[in-house]
Structures are given as C-alpha cells and as structure tokens.
Write a protein that binds this ligand. Structure first.
Ligand SMILES: NC(=O)c1ccc[n+]([C@@H]2O[C@H](COP(=O)([O-])OP(=O)(O)OC[C@H]3O[C@@H](n4cnc5c(N)ncnc54)[C@H](OP(=O)(O)O)[C@@H]3O)[C@@H](O)[C@H]2O)c1
Length: 311
C-alpha cells in the first residue's frame, strides 16, 4: 500500500455511472471534490462535492471550479448506448471533443487559480481493432476503421493537447464496466433472471470487463502514483461473451442454456450499434499491474457474484 496524499480534484462527467462512484470513493478517502455539470439541477447532487456549471457548446464555464485544484479527471461524454442515428453519432463525437477543447483552453487561461499537476482522461478500449485472438496492449496500432474507433481516436487526439500545458497526462482506456447500477449488468438483469440470457453471434468475442470498484480504485491510484501515459482499465482475465453470460447466470443462480442469437438479428434490431456486442476485444491489464496496482476482482465469476449480491 502507498501513503494516501489528500488531493483536490476537479471531475467532469461526475454525475454519470463511473463519475458518481469516483466522487463517493474520493470523499471516503478524504479528498476534496469539485465537479462540472451541464445541468443546474445537479449542482448540489453530489454533496459534499461542490458542483459548477459549464456549457461546452456555448463555450461557457464557471472558472471558480479551478480554485486550488491539483488533479483533473475528465469523463464527460454522451452515452454510446443510444441507437446510432446520425444525430446521436454526432452527439457521441461532439460531446467528447468540444468539452475537451474548452477544458484545455480554460486550464491554460486560469493558471493563477489552480495547481493542476495531472489530467486523467477517460478513453475506451473501443479504440482497438476488433480481433478474436490478439491481446491488445496500450502500444497497439489503432486506425479509424469503424465509427467507435474513429471517435475514440479523435477524442484521445484532443486530450493530447493537454501535453502542451506541461502537466502529467494520463489516459485510461476503459473496458466493459460492471456495476449493478447501470450499463450492461442492468440491461441483462431481467433476461438473465428469466433464464433468457444468451450470447450474440459466435459467442467467442473477447469481453474485457472491469468491476466498478477496481475502475474507481485505478483512477485514484493513477492520481496518487502520478502514472503517465495510456493505461488499459480491464481485469487481468478477459473472457468470451459466452463465458461472461454463463458467469452472470451463475451469479443470479439461473440456468444458462439458450442458443446464441444470430448477429444479423441484432443488426436488424439495433443497426450499427450492434458493433458494441459483436466486436471482440482481448485487452491486456499488464501495464497497470506492473505499476503495482492490485485488482480486487480479477475473475469474472467472483466479480459477478459480488455485484449481484450488492444489487
Ligand atoms: N460505462 C462504460 O462501460 C464505459 C466504457 C468505456 C468508456 N467509458 C467512458 O467513460 C466516460 C464516463 O462513462 P459513464 O458510463 O459514467 O457515462 P455516463 O453515465 O453516460 O455519464 C457521462 C456524463 O458526461 C456528461 N456529459 C454528457 N454529455 C455532455 C456534454 N455534451 N458536455 C459535457 N458533459 C456531458 C454528463 O454529465 P452532466 O449531465 O452532469 O453534464 C454525464 O453524467 C464516458 O466518456 C464513456 O465514454 C465508459
């Protein structure tokens, strides 16, 4: 274990699935949290964290949010789990690019207000090409072959502009986040409870998942240890989609027997967004482990059991 240094954090996307959990853990550990939200109704929602308003589309931000801040955690971005119409695709892209541009500009402009030494930005393993047997490390080649790949590549490029500000820059490529409060576990809860859980396509797609507690711990570990560069946030033991569905069913004490659902059916139902579950990502956790980060939930079955018993 390392000695915890108390930090003053500024978090964007703090009202979201991951952000909320980071805020709560940061408080538990005695850190001070400021956060930015686009919704005035949310300003007092994470007390004792202090909320500040911004409207990236209008270039507006309450710059008092920067006062005394040492580390920025940047998670803002619209959900990718809404049907990929052209309007939603534009929102998915612009909600990552525009807030990042505003943040770079305002961190630079308001230097006298803060002592920012590190920016930790969320990214996604969707940046890696889909592959059925290759383990992806942080230095893998990435190209814009799909919508998601191109969004994440552009998002990371924008984040790279923080380097010009002379701060430590860290990017966390997040895998499939497991939490009972939302995301994939919430979507699959009812079908699994009804014994109707099934994998899509071949079921052999790699699922590089991470338990929410490990993800939150990793954000805070990277701030404490000032880890620089890109790190994958995935558990050290990815599984096939078939194994994932089986583990989830077992955690719910339900049978898993249904045949896999054909890929064309999914594409018919949700269109291009089917990519989210049909693509295969085997992603390595080696780099963060070598930094000394210890995963509390390295195995899928114990992770699912823990999450189900806490839901
Ligand atoms: N959950 C996952 O499995 C997963 C996997 C890989 C990567 N990630 C990435 O991690 C980040 C956080 O994920 P999450 O699941 O916590 O997301 P989430 O629950 O959808 O929350 C995202 C937050 O971003 C803010 N936001 C949305 N549109 C915005 C805009 N146009 N301008 C400024 N802020 C905006 C919202 O905050 P306000 O409404 O308060 O402004 C919202 O609470 C996202 O960027 C996501 O792409 C997530």
């Amino acid at each position: 274990m390392f000695a915890e240094k108390k930090m003053k954090l500024l978090i964007t996307g703090a009202t979201g699935l991951i952000g909320k959990e980071i805020v709560s853990k940061a408080h538990e550990l005695g850190h001070t949290v400021h956060f930015l939200t686009t919704r005035s109704s949310e300003i007092n929602s994470l007390a004792p964290a202090k909320g500040f308003l911004w409207n990236p589309d209008q270039g507006e931000i309450d710059t008092t949010c920067f006062e005394g801040v040492e580390v920025v955690m940047h998670l803002a971005g619209a959900s990718v789990s809404k049907r990929w119409t052209s309007a939603n695709k534009e929102k998915i892209r612009s909600s990552r690019i525009i807030p990042t541009q505003l943040l770079v500009q305002e961190v630079e402009k308001n230097k006298s207000l803060h002592q920012i030494r590190q920016i930790i930005s969320a990214s996604a393993i969707g940046i890696y090409p889909s592959h059925f047997n290759k383990m992806m490390k942080e230095d893998a080649n990435v190209t814009s072959n799909s919508f998601l790949e191109s969004v994440v590549i552009d998002w990371e490029k924008e984040v790279d502009r923080f380097e010009l500000l002379g701060v430590t820059l860290s990017k966390i490529r997040i895998g499939l986040v497991l939490t009972p409060k939302g995301g994939v576990m919430q979507t699959l809860k009812l079908p699994t409870l009804l014994g109707l859980g099934a994998a899509f396509g071949s079921g052999q797609q790699g699922q590089s998942w991470i338990h929410i507690d490990d993800l939150v711990a990793m954000f805070l570990f990277m701030a404490q240890q000032q880890c620089e560069g890109i790190y994958n946030a995935v558990a050290p033991n990815p599984v096939t989609q078939n194994e994932f569905m089986k583990a989830l069913a077992k955690a719910y004490n339900r049978p898993y027997f249904l045949p896999r659902l054909p890929a064309f059916l999914l594409r018919f139902l949700v269109g291009e967004m089917g990519q989210l579950v049909l693509e295969s990502h085997w992603v390595s956790a080696q780099k963060i482990k070598e930094k000394g980060f210890a995963f509390q939930y390295p195995e899928i079955l114990s992770a699912c059991k823990h999450l189900v018993s806490n839901s």
